[in-house]
Structures are given as structure tokens and as C-alpha cells.
Design a protein around this ligand. Sequence first.
Ligand SMILES: C[S@@+](CC[C@H](N)C(=O)[O-])C[C@H]1O[C@@H](n2cnc3c(N)ncnc32)[C@H](O)[C@@H]1O
Length: 309
Amino acid sequence: MQLKFYHQPVLTTEVVRVLRPEQGRLIVDGTLGGSGHTGLLLASGAMVVGVDRDADALSYAREELRAAGERFTPVQGDFRDLPRLLAELEITRVDGILLDLGVSSHQLDTAQRGFSFQQDGPLDMRMDCGSGAPASDLVNTASREELERIFREYGEEPRARSIVHRLVTDRDKTPFTTTGQLAEAVERAAPRTGPRHPATRVFQALRIAVNDELGALKAVLEAAPALLNPGGRIAVITFHSLEDRIVKHFFKDTCAATLDRPEWPMPRPNPRHFFISVPGTPVAPGPEECAVNPRARSARLRGAERRSS
Ligand SMILES: C[S@@+](CC[C@H](N)C(=O)[O-])C[C@H]1O[C@@H](n2cnc3c(N)ncnc32)[C@H](O)[C@@H]1O
């Protein structure tokens, strides 16, 4: 498969600065996507294990990165399973971990994948089409309470109740099977009030729920300290406040040398003091990058370095 455009990577200079790829270093890119970041890490001489849930991303990367030879190892899987995926390659520790969260432009732009309300397609939204249930199952079978929780928690959708009422009424007559059908029902329940399509938050929420994106993020962060060599670094690029909050709190908890509580006479050492913060992070794209790549506007890169003990 050869495509002209798959995905424009964000914050490329910053990723290279934080991960310090060089000959002899092994980095795992947990979100291979269009292989833009991995290509840069390989170009700096590092070896890369590239993981993605999406078989399509893997076959694109195999073609694109053919010249890297044995320095690049593609693996299909969920980054929540990194310890197992690396153990299967007989790797116990790495020098860097990159996570560039969310979906690629290619996934969004492929109507068949069902991520976008801008083109009609099957209501699917799975990153790995070979496992789990499509979004249509969730929309057609989840209880009112569950759908409302998903739209509020993952989409921060203030009109969740009216939208769910509309969806539940409609699905009893005709089950939802397409993105167009869902976008149209949401727009009827919550008419447009600004430039954003009213279905934006609902689609984000369903995508997060279908792929358990926040669960996967929490699991990989917990696994990271044991996977990184001392001095190894983790870089995480987030695109919305829900995932950014998780990364921010995780780094805050694991970069603190001591813990303190009002009832303690003095601060105590933090048993989870795994990391030190990386200077110059968090960092967001500058105006030049946002001008050429509007998707970069909401990106934020956080980094942390594994302590030696
Ligand atoms: C924003 S794109 C990454 C783009 C990539 N950095 C590049 O330079 O082209 C996110 C990719 O991560 C994958 N992904 C998201 N969550 C994942 C997970 N839990 N495990 C593995 N891959 C995941 C998606 O399938 C998608 O291909």
C-alpha cells in the first residue's frame, strides 16, 4: 500500500529533543500511525519497536520504513500490553517510550472506519477492526444511563440527556448503523450553536469508549517505570484535557521525592518516586506549526526521565 498522505506528525523537534534517539538506543513507539515520528527516531540512528492496534498502520509502516531494515520492528497490539509485547521480542527494558495519543488523519479520513461524522460510513470506530465491538453495538444496546455517562465523561457534552433521549427513541424504530445517521440524530437533538458540528463531542466520547482509550493510557503509564532503563525517557502527546489530566497527575505523583499529609509530623519518601521531570516540558506547538497543521493546536507533550533507583 502506498499513500501520498497518511498523517502529519506533531511536535517533531520536541519529540526528538525529549527522547534523544541515537545509535545503540532502543525506543518503543506505542502509536506508530503513519510512522512519521518513528521515521525521525530511526533517522537519528536509534532502533525502534513500532506498535499499533491498527493492522493498516503496520502495513503502511512496513513499506515506508523498509530502508531501516532490522532497526525497525513492527508489532500489532495495544500499548496497554507493552510488557507482554516486548517480552515476546525478548526485550526487558528500553531507552524511550513515545505515545502520540488518539487517531491518525488516515483513520479519520477513511469513511469505512467510521470515526468521522463528516463522511458517511459504517458506525465502527475500532482502532483494531479485528477485535472488540463496533460503536453501533454500544449506541444500539447501552442503557440510557451508560450512554449519558459516556457522553458526559468522555465528551464533556452538556446536552447529553437530550441527545440520549433522541438516540434511544430513534434506535427502537431503526437501529443505528452509519455515522451519517448518528450525526443527523445528534443534530436534531442538539441543534448547532456555533461553528463546531454538534456531533463532535459525541463522536469523541464514543471513540474513547469503544477503544477504552483512557484505560489503555493508565495501564501503559503504570507499566512504564519497569520498562525504562535508568535515564530512559517517556514522551506523551495528548490532544484533549481528559488524557492530558491523566498524564499530568501520573507524572506529578511519580516525580515527587516526598509525600506529605497534614496528620504526618514530617514528609515521607515517596515509594513511587520513579521519574524526574524533563526540562522544557510540558510543551505545546508554536504558532508556525499550528498554522501549517491545525490538528496540532490542541497537542501538548509531557516528558519524564526514569531515575536510577
Ligand atoms: C495520532 S496517531 C500516531 C501518529 C504517529 N505518531 C505518526 O507520526 O504518524 C495515533 C495512532 O496510535 C494508534 N493507537 C491509539 N491507541 C492505541 C493503543 N492503545 N495501542 C496501540 N495503538 C494505539 C492509533 O491506531 C493510531 O494509528
